[in-house]
Design a protein around this ligand. Structure first.
Ligand SMILES: Cc1ncc(COP(=O)(O)O)c(C=O)c1O
Length: 371
């Protein structure tokens, strides 16, 4: 079976170094908020090229910490896209705010600046923030989004869970909004061997708030200065992430090399719409997503031929049972694309023969129609 994603391969590729990091941590006798977490936060901030990083337990908590540090909560509305991990919206609700949805750009699958401006122009003063998601590894149109959010005086938050290392005009994602969040879920471009998350920002004030909120509201041990939660990255995951961070650029380059082969070969099949990268964008291919008519037939055919694929995401958030309040919304572009998208196998260790098998199977599916 060719897997759609394979976090174990990322462990096996660096097993000796990861095992040594785990052993070092176990032997240190310090398992929560110690040297490994501190070092990882510094190293990750340096990687993103931003002054501060506050780690936490996962990417959903990272968004909650970001929102709460910006004082966004009850009575506020936060806009995001309908085609994201439901985690983005769950975090808005955990912060006490309500979500609103903005349609997407048909080429990049990320928030449409025009659709955002239309919504902000409607004088809904409860809108306090916008969460742009760099979906599938392609940065959202951050320059336009930042101009619009500045004009309407709302906060801009980047959800970088799928885009570690992606960049726009040479500037890494994480640097475009007031604050940005990451997930280190095992399948991410930078994945832990368990859960993990982080927030990055250049504001020391926000750092101090998030450091308190992530640990019971403590600014001083045992004294809560605000309402907090428990959301800490543990020392073991931090130690593992420190190893894997060293290979992130190499892994992203491997993803881009795989994408290039897919693009060259699948570009010969007219029925397939390939992923596109805008000028100046560095796409890190968290997913390689094609569009086709009859998506489910191709998915089943590939499955029957031992090839795993995925649909990210099968049901848009505003159409899910938990969000039935938004069911009457019409988000035409997102709704139209959602019938057609398919994520092919994509992980840095995917070997050439597997890539060839995937391509051959897709060609076989369209046999007779290949130019
Ligand atoms: C876009 C996006 N945002 C947020 C998250 C939440 O991350 P986590 O699963 O670490 O809570 C994810 C990951 O699933 C994601 O893909």
């Amino acid at each position: 079976m060719i897997l759609q994603c394979n976090p174990k391969a990322g462990y096996v590729a660096h097993q000796a170094e990861i095992d040594a990091a785990i052993k070092r941590t176990l032997n240190s006798g310090w398992y929560i908020l110690g040297h490994e977490v501190e070092a990882f936060e510094k190293e990750f901030a340096a990687y993103v090229d931003i002054p501060h990083c506050v780690s936490c337990a996962n990417g959903t908590d990272a968004l909650e910490l970001a929102l709460r540090s910006l004082n966004i909560g009850t009575g506020d509305k936060v806009l995001t896209v309908p085609n994201t991990a439901v985690a983005t919206v769950a975090a808005i609700e955990r912060a006490g705010a309500v979500p609103g949805f903005v349609d997407i750009d048909p080429v990049t699958y990320t928030m449409s600046p025009e659709a955002l401006e239309q919504q902000l122009n409607m004088n809904d003063h409860s809108i306090k923030a916008v969460i742009a998601v760099h979906l599938f590894g392609h940065p959202a149109a951050m320059k336009q989004l930042a101009e619009i959010t500045e004009k309407y005086r709302v906060c801009l938050i980047e959800d970088c869970a799928q885009a570690h290392g992606a960049a726009l005009d040479g500037i890494k994602v994480g640097n475009f909004g007031e604050i940005a969040t990451f997930s280190f879920y095992p399948t991410k471009n930078l994945g832990a061997l368990g859960d993990g998350g982080a927030v990055v920002t250049s504001s020391l004030k926000l750092v101090r708030r998030m450091q308190a909120i992530r640990q019971y509201g403590w600014e001083e041990r045992y004294i809560s200065s605000c309402q907090g939660i428990n959301s800490r990255l543990d020392e073991l995951q931090a130690a593992i992430l420190r190893v894997k961070l060293q290979y992130l650029d190499q892994n992203n380059a491997q993803r881009q090399a795989i994408a290039k082969i897919y693009t060259t070969e699948l570009g010969k099949i007219p029925e397939i719409t390939l992923p596109q990268t805008g000028d100046g964008y560095n796409h890190v291919y968290h997913q390689y997503v094609i569009q086709i008519k009859g998506r489910d037939q191709l998915k089943t055919f590939l499955q029957d031929n031992g090839i795993g694929t995925a649909v990210h995401y099968p049901v848009l958030i505003h159409q899910q049972p938990a969000y039935s309040d938004h069911a009457s919304l019409k988000l035409a572009t997102a709704e139209q694309l959602n019938e057609r998208i398919l994520s092919l196998p994509m992980f840095p260790e995917l070997d050439n023969s597997s890539i060839e098998t995937v391509i051959d199977a897709i060609k076989q599916f369209y046999q007779g129609r290949v130019k």
